[in-house]
Design a protein around this ligand. Structure first.
Ligand SMILES: [Ca+2]
Ligand SMILES: [Ca+2]
Length: 143
């Protein structure tokens, strides 16, 4: 439903029957419930307050009302190499990527691990060996 359609904000808040729509998102956004069984969602909305927008959560398979369900590193250890621990959805491809700095205009993120669906909610990747020079890591999801 387009944001400016006549259905948006078209129902009385008192008429709502459930606190969430059929996708599990809050039934009232911007102060008034929408007509029908879905609440309009801007692509940048972060319904559950976990820092991930709805579009990114749909890709990562972490969309839902639980703010503890997102794609993120939960622990990084540098004892005996590097151990990365992360949580995420189960139905997306996950890529652990690294690079040595963010300033370089020529260096790109390089995938060092691919997690193929169905993936566990909690994942651990151990990179053995002596401590390396400083590295930056990120986790990315695709569908
Ligand atoms: Ca979110
Ligand atoms: Ca989430």
């Amino acid at each position: 439903m387009p944001h400016r359609s006549g259905c948006g904000r078209g129902e009385l808040n008192e008429a709502k029957r459930a606190p969430v729509d059929l996708d599990g998102h809050p039934r009232i956004v911007f102060g008034t419930v929408d007509m029908g069984c879905y609440e309009w969602v801007a692509s940048t909305n972060d319904y559950d307050g976990d820092g991930m927008a709805k579009d990114a959560e749909e890709i990562a398979d972490t969309d839902g009302p639980d703010p503890a369900f997102l794609l993120a590193f939960t622990a990084i250890s540098d004892t005996n190499g590097i151990t990365l621990t992360w949580i995420g959805g189960t139905q997306a491809w996950q890529y652990v990527e690294c690079r040595s700095n963010l300033v370089s205009t020529t260096e790109q993120w390089v995938a060092i691990y691919t997690n193929t669906p169905a993936t566990p909610v909690t994942n651990v990747l151990s990179l053995p060996g002596p401590p390396m020079t400083a590295r930056l890591y990120r986790i990315r999801a695709e569908r």
